[in-house]
Design a protein around this ligand. Structure first.
Ligand code: AMP
Length: 227
C-alpha cells in the first residue's frame, strides 16, 4: 500500500523515445536536486535478472521491443514508491508509457493529495535514435553511460568514473528492436504529451543538443515546477 508520506514530494516525469537520453538526464537531476530516479525499465530488468514471476512474463516482451502489460508495470511502480527514499521526490524515467498508466499514477497521487509537478517531453529526431542506441553501453559497476562512436572511455575497457572494467550492453539495444520501441513510443506514449498538456503540466525541451545544455534547461524547468 502507498502511504501518504511516500508521495508527499515532487513528482516529475520525463517523456521521451528510447535513446533521447532520459536516463542520463534523470541521473543528472538526481544528483542536482536529490530526487530519486525511478526507471521502470531498470526495475523490470532487475525482475528479469532475479527470475521473479513478473520478470518471467516481461522478458520476451522487452526483447521484442514491446510494452510490458500495464498491470505488471503499475504493480512494480507502486511497490517501489513504498520505499522510504522516494520521499525525497521522484523523477519517473520511462513511466507512464500508456494512458492507463498515467491514470493509475493520477489515482495513486490523488490518494495523498499530490499531483504531477511537471511532465517534460525531451524532443528528438527519431532517425538519430537508432544510431545512438545501437552503440551504447554502460559501466556495470557505477552505471556511467558510454557510446562506441560518441563517448568511448578514455582508456579502453576502463570506466572513466569509477575505474570499473565490467561493461554491459542491453539485450534490446539493437537496430531491429529499437525500431519497434520507437513505434511503441509513438503509438502508446506520445499521446501522453497531450494528456499532460491538457492538465497544464507539460514542458518541452529540445534534446538534440549538448548534454550539459539540456541538463541546464531541464534544471530550470524542474526548479520552477517544484518551487
Ligand atoms: P527503458 O529502459 O525505459 O528503455 O525500457 C526498456 C523496456 O522495458 C521497454 O522497451 C519495455 O519493454 C519495458 N518497459 C519499461 N517501462 C515500461 C512501462 N512503463 N510500460 C511498459 N513497458 C515498460
Amino acid at each position: 500500500m502507498t502511504t501518504a508520506s511516500t508521495l508527499a514530494a515532487p513528482v516529475l516525469i520525463l517523456l521521451a523515445p528510447p535513446g533521447a537520453g532520459k536516463g542520463t538526464q534523470a541521473r543528472m537531476l538526481e544528483e542536482t536536486f536529490g530526487f530519486v530516479q525511478l526507471s521502470t525499465g531498470d526495475l523490470l530488468r532487475a525482475a528479469v535478472a532475479a527470475g521473479t514471476d513478473a520478470g518471467k512474463q516481461a522478458k520476451a516482451v522487452m526483447e521484442a521491443g514491446d510494452l510490458v502489460s500495464d498491470e505488471i508495470v503499475i504493480a512494480i511502480l507502486r511497490d517501489r514508491l513504498n520505499d522510504p527514499d522516494t520521499r525525497k521526490g521522484v523523477i519517473l524515467d520511462g513511466f507512464p508509457r500508456t494512458t492507463v498508466q498515467a491514470q493509475a499514477l493520477d489515482t495513486l497521487l490523488r490518494e495523498t493529495g499530490q499531483k504531477v509537478n511537471a511532465a517534460i517531453s525531451l524532443d528528438v529526431d527519431d532517425a538519430a535514435m537508432v544510431t545512438r542506441i545501437s552503440g551504447r553501453f554502460t559501466c556495470g559497476t557505477c552505471g556511467e553511460g558510454y557510446h562506441d562512436s560518441f563517448k568511448a572511455p578514455q582508456t579502453e575497457g576502463v570506466c572513466d568514473k569509477c575505474g570499473g572494467t565490467d561493461f554491459k550492453r542491453r539485450a534490446d539495444d539493437n537496430a531491429e528492436t529499437v525500431t519497434q520501441r520507437l513505434e511503441a513510443y509513438h503509438a502508446q506514449t506520445a499521446p501522453l504529451i497531450t494528456y499532460y498538456d491538457d492538465k497544464g503540466a507539460l514542458s518541452r525541451i529540445d534534446a538534440m543538443g549538448d548534454i550539459q545544455d539540456i541538463a541546464a534547461g531541464l534544471g530550470a524547468i524542474v526548479k520552477s515546477a517544484t518551487a
